[in-house]
Design a protein around this ligand. Structure first.
Ligand code: G
Ligand code: G
Ligand code: MN
Ligand code: NA
Length: 253
């Protein structure tokens, strides 16, 4: 309860920020984008994990202003990097609570308009469980998002039960293999099989596949071997503060 009270003021008090975790292509190691991840430093509770405050924000409805802020801030940052001569696609996590609101489309359009971010520089990460809440409505929302020129990735992929038929109808661009399947690669035979099945599914449907939570060279080698396109994880980079990401982009030129 006390945490919820503090969270209520976090946004207006400037206690929230975004960090950016790079994503890389496995074939040529180039940085293909970065996932924006919310961080909260509370004067009372210190650094609170998103695993704790995101569910709380969803329960209390605070995810709406917080999510709108994250979207706006990601767009602003994408525009800043683009203007500085190092364009980067920024992937923004969007909660089911946001996606199924009638005003979501307007919120998204406003973020682009207000910041001047190129739609192609923004990707939305929507979880498979969000997708399954109301697949028919989800298809409509995604169609609108795609019409704006924004791409969509399905986060935590493999943890739900979305059918191939649905995936074909959703205009998504990317599947994100859930970290739980990457963790025990290459030792766990079932996890290897699941990762391979997801990559093959992506290839058949002409979707990019990215693996998250890649921590070891052995995991990377296995993923490269099965044709996984992209990777994200501590092996390559932890999430970076915006200024550290800017330095990294400048160096990479
Ligand atoms: O960054 P970290 O691994 O600690 O994030 C934990 C969880 O919080 C992840 O599931 C991640 O998707 C989620 N998360 C992080 N930032 C955001 C955000 O801006 N919006 C939403 N909805 N979820 C986020
Ligand atoms: O659920 P989502 O995919 O949005 O969550 C991303 C979260 O995963 C981030 O909070 C990030 O800090 C975390 N993460 C990123 N790379 C790794 C990794 O290699 N290992 C582990 N354990 N967590 C990671
Ligand atoms: Mn994510
Ligand atoms: Na994920």
């Amino acid at each position: 309860l006390a945490l919820a009270t503090s969270l209520r003021h976090a946004l207006s008090a400037g206690e929230l920020r975004l960090v950016y975790q790079p994503q890389f292509a496995l074939d040529d190691q180039r940085m293909t984008g970065a996932e924006a991840l919310m961080r909260w430093h509370s004067p009372r509770f210190g650094d609170v994990s998103p695993a704790q405050f995101i569910p709380l924000a969803e329960e209390t409805g605070l995810i709406l202003p917080m999510g709108e802020w994250a979207l706006h801030e990601s767009c602003r940052q994408a525009r800043t990097w683009s203007d500085a001569g190092h364009p980067l696609k920024v992937a923004v996590n969007v909660s089911a609570v946001q996606v199924y609101r009638d005003d979501f489309a307007a919120t998204l359009a406003a973020a682009l308009r207000d910041t001047g971010a190129k739609p192609a520089s923004i990707e939305l990460e929507l979880t498979e469980s969000t997708l399954m809440k109301d697949a028919a409505r989800f298809i409509e929302v995604i169609a609108y998002v795609r019409a704006l020129g924004i791409s969509v990735a399905i986060d935590d992929f493999g943890t739900g039960y979305s059918s191939l038929a649905y995936l074909k109808r959703f205009q998504v661009s990317k599947l994100k293999v859930d970290r739980s399947f990457v963790k025990d690669i290459p030792d766990d035979e079932e996890d290897r099989a699941i990762a391979e099945a997801i990559v093959r599914m992506g290839q058949s449907l002409k979707l990019k596949v990215i693996a998250e939570g890649v921590e070891t060279p052995a995991q990377m080698d296995f993923l490269a071997g099965i044709g996984c396109h992209e990777v994200q994880g501590f092996l390559f980079s932890r999430p970076l503060e915006a200024d550290a990401m800017t330095r990294r982009l400048v160096q990479a030129r």
